[in-house]
Design a protein around this ligand. Structure first.
Ligand SMILES: NC(=O)c1ccc[n+]([C@@H]2O[C@H](COP(=O)([O-])OP(=O)(O)OC[C@H]3O[C@@H](n4cnc5c(N)ncnc54)[C@H](OP(=O)(O)O)[C@@H]3O)[C@@H](O)[C@H]2O)c1
Length: 301
């Protein structure tokens, strides 16, 4: 027996006697998917986890952990309906929704494939305070998917995630050169939340029986304006609340496709009106400890 299969067998033996529930994770090779699998491996045998990936080139890192991989694309219902065979619990990780109609169809394909396979519990990653008619365009897809999942009558848990702390560097760019965050968010606040904490909480929910038909608002304990974020980054840092037309021109100047620019401008406008400001202590309850605080996170940048 190879070192690897020996290791996998030992891990599986550790979980012998525990009731076996097959858990599938879509978007498994993304940041949230990978982190969730890391936490799940502390709770269940690797052989109980199915990582669903689009790109077969990413198979090896899961194989090394003893996790099964299956290949499917959100655009292809025929691949999706095969990968949920024998699965009881699915973590459906939301798609990147630049084109809203495509994104809605991708998520519908996943939900329809889940329905065909007698799945018992869907955990879906949605967005904080998901509701119709928001300024941020991305919310439309995730609210639509929540409604589709509810219609299936399969027990669900919605993780309505606020903005990831880990997305801050991408959102504000290389601000340390200029000491300016140029972002049209006014005095709108964001309840930034650690993606790693979300992954740990999802792993808890996937392995517990008490979360059926729950909608969880997953946020940091406090919301911050971009002016407050600037001060956390450094005493010299300033938030410059540029006009959204200026922001749009700057993004187009980086050769960004217009639909991505529209999405990013809608996100800033959504922040400005408070669409990401909601706070809740649900994450703390799911983790059984305080979530990572923004102040601590920015010190690691
Ligand atoms: N709350 C926030 O601040 C925030 C920020 C960004 C995104 N999100 C949402 O949260 C989700 C998870 O976040 P993350 O950080 O893990 O994102 P990520 O690292 O970009 O991972 C996204 C995952 O979705 C997969 N995917 C995309 N299109 C697919 C398709 N057509 N078929 C199959 N798989 C597909 C990707 O596969 P490939 O590697 O093959 O592309 C990847 O595994 C995102 O997808 C997005 O909906 C939330």
């Amino acid at each position: 027996m190879s070192v690897l299969s020996n290791f996998t067998k030992k891990k599986a033996d550790n979980f012998a006697g525990k009731s076996k529930v097959m858990i599938a994770i879509t978007g498994a090779n993304g940041h949230l998917g990978k982190a969730t699998i890391q936490f799940l491996l502390q709770k269940v045998a690797p052989t109980d986890i199915v990582a669903i990936i689009r790109n077969p080139e990413t198979v090896n890192e899961f194989k090394e952990k003893g996790v099964t991989t299956k290949q499917a694309d959100y655009n292809d219902f025929n691949t999706l309906k095969e990968v949920f065979k024998g699965i009881e619990t699915v973590l459906q990780i939301s798609t990147i929704g630049v084109d809203i109609e495509t994104a809605k169809q991708q998520e519908k394909n996943v939900v329809n494939a889940i329905v065909e396979n007698n799945v018992k519990h869907i955990v879906y990653t949605s967005i904080v305070q998901a509701r119709p008619n928001t300024i941020f365009q991305g919310t439309e897809t995730q609210y639509h998917t929540e409604e589709l999942i509810k219609e299936t009558k399969i027990p669900y848990t919605f993780f309505r995630n606020s903005m990831y702390m880990e997305a801050i560097p991408e959102l504000i760019g290389n601000v340390f050169q200029t000491n300016e965050i140029r972002y049209p968010s006014g005095s709108g606040k964001v309840s930034f939340v650690s993606r790693t904490d979300i992954a740990e909480a999802i792993a808890n929910v996937l392995t517990e029986n008490t979360h059926q038909n729950q909608t969880y608002e997953i946020t940091g304990n406090k919301a911050y304006t971009f002016g407050e974020l600037a001060k956390l980054l450094s005493a010299e840092m300033k938030h410059i609340d540029i006009a959204d037309t200026t922001f749009r021109e700057e993004l187009i100047g980086y050769q960004m496709p217009v639909d991505v620019v529209d999405l990013l401008v809608s996100m800033a406008n959504g922040i400005k009106v408070g669409e990401f400001s909601y706070t809740s202590d649900t994450l703390e309850k799911l983790l059984g400890r305080k979530p990572l605080d923004l102040n601590k996170y920015v010190k690691s940048l």
